[in-house]
Design a protein around this ligand. Structure first.
Ligand code: MRU
Length: 356
């Protein structure tokens, strides 16, 4: 492992041989990169949330696939394709909810099929190009989400966010936090209230950390304080990222998001979801059909090495919940902002050139 200065931070990068992943489980105490050379290490890094956040997972998986393909010794397309499918299915088994993982693997698959007339060596080069493109496009996409998001905001506002949908969850800028970074570029004074985000504390360990590093005014609260700060009139809007948007506009995001949306509704506060088009899954009709990851009990009973519950207690630990579309004021994408009725407006958005 190597250590780097915080101003050079990128969540995921690849030099053709080694995949560098910012180990988000060590933040905020330690900023260190994992050097990953095998697909199994990439799978593990995704599973253990060393790389996390829907777009960053997709980018890591695209590069991880290339590492796996190094073990595929094939002379012709058919053997190479079979190896590709095995490695892709393996990576797809790491986490179930964020659709960007499957989106990125599907995009690599589409490129492979499109280039099938080439030699195996050339195919490897084309797939490397594709993985780099996924990463580069994500940066542009997030900046565009930020630009669209800014149209809903104004100088001096206070935003509440849940989990981490920031720069380290993407190639750059983040989704929910992209408007915050762009506001800073414009000289606006936006304030952020960050929910701590039990049980893995992405809000306090990651959002509070990256915003503090960027010199943005952030106040950390525990999840149970959100109702109180809203009742005081201290929140102008909620903005969150997401792991999957269903065709009807239901949204899966970090556990606790649904509760925040209900609180926002009760306090007449707009609730915005920021999502790249790659997070919109038109093949999933509604939130009921989104697979929700369940994680191990120890994250709750023994989080960060401290026993906070009897080890034998029964635990339910879903990593995500679904916010019904009627609680969502708008979904902010790189192609523009959509509102109800989402089952129509999302279709329109894809007609305008989205990549499903
Ligand atoms: O379990 P995590 O930390 O991967 O969950 C991440 C989230 O819920 C984010 O809000 C979502 O992936 C959007 S990241 C731009």
């Amino acid at each position: 492992m190597i250590r780097i200065a915080t101003e050079q931070i990128q969540s995921v990068s690849f030099d053709g041989e080694t995949l560098y992943i910012l180990d988000q489980t060590q933040l905020p105490a330690v900023t260190q990169y994992l050097r990953i050379t095998r697909i199994e290490q990439c799978w593990q890094a995704i599973k253990e949330l060393k790389v996390r956040g829907a777009p960053a997972i997709g980018i890591a998986a695209a590069y991880g696939l290339l590492l796996g393909l190094k073990d595929v010794a094939a002379d012709g397309f058919d053997d190479f394709y079979q190896g590709f499918q095995e490695k892709s299915e393996y990576l797809a088994s790491s986490r179930p909810t964020a659709v960007n993982l499957f989106w990125a693997l599907n995009r690599m698959h589409a490129r492979l099929i499109a280039e099938k007339e080439h030699s195996v060596e050339a195919l490897r080069a084309k797939l490397l190009q594709e993985a780099h493109a996924i990463r580069a496009e994500d940066e542009a996409v997030c900046r565009s989400i930020g630009m669209h998001g800014l149209t809903l905001l104004h100088d001096g506002m206070t935003l509440l966010t849940h989990c981490n949908a920031g720069a380290i969850a993407t190639a750059k800028y983040g989704t929910a936090l992209a408007p915050v970074y762009l506001a800073k570029e414009r000289g606006w004074n936006l304030k952020v209230i960050a929910d701590e985000t039990r049980p893995l504390l992405q809000g306090s360990r990651l959002t509070a950390w990256e915003l503090t590093e960027a010199g943005i005014d952030v106040t950390l609260i525990t999840d149970s304080m959100a109702a109180y700060v809203m009742s005081k009139g201290w929140v102008d809007a909620v903005i969150v990222g997401c792991d999957r948007v269903a065709a009807n506009g239901d949204v899966a995001n970090k556990i606790g998001t649904y509760g925040v949306a209900l609180l926002a509704k009760a306090h007449c506060i707009p609730f915005y979801v920021a999502a790249p088009m790659s997070t919109i899954d038109m093949d999933t009709a509604s939130g009921d059909a989104i697979p929700i990851e369940e994680r191990e009990a120890g994250e709750i009973t023994n989080g960060f090495g401290v026993h906070t519950a009897p080890p034998e207690v029964k635990v339910f630990n879903p990593a995500f919940d679904v916010t019904p579309n009627e609680l969502i004021s708008a979904i902010i994408t790189e192609q523009g902002i959509v509102r109800q009725p989402y089952n129509e407006t999302l279709i329109e958005l894809f007609k305008q050139g989205g990549n499903s």
